[in-house]
Write a protein that binds this ligand. Sequence first.
Ligand SMILES: [Ca+2]
Ligand SMILES: [Ca+2]
Length: 85
Amino acid sequence: MIRKLVIIILALGLTPLVFGQGMGMTQSFADLDTDDSGTLSKEELAKVIPEERVDRAFSRWDADENGEISEEEFDNRPPPPGMGG
Ligand SMILES: [Ca+2]
Ligand SMILES: [Ca+2]
């Protein structure tokens, strides 16, 4: 029963959301979007994560590579590298 639930969660791709909690990124999208533009820029990201990690985070989170993180991209962001993978 529980195993089936896990498979469903994996199938829906919810693991990044579930396991993304409590890993240092506790701010909500609205908290990070300090200029209320509706997207996150590298400058906004640099306020909450080390600058040397901004580029890497962007390359992973910016699914359509338009240089901004949309709320959808933020919600679907992959977990940090090196976490059991
Ligand atoms: Ca913004
Ligand atoms: Ca984007």
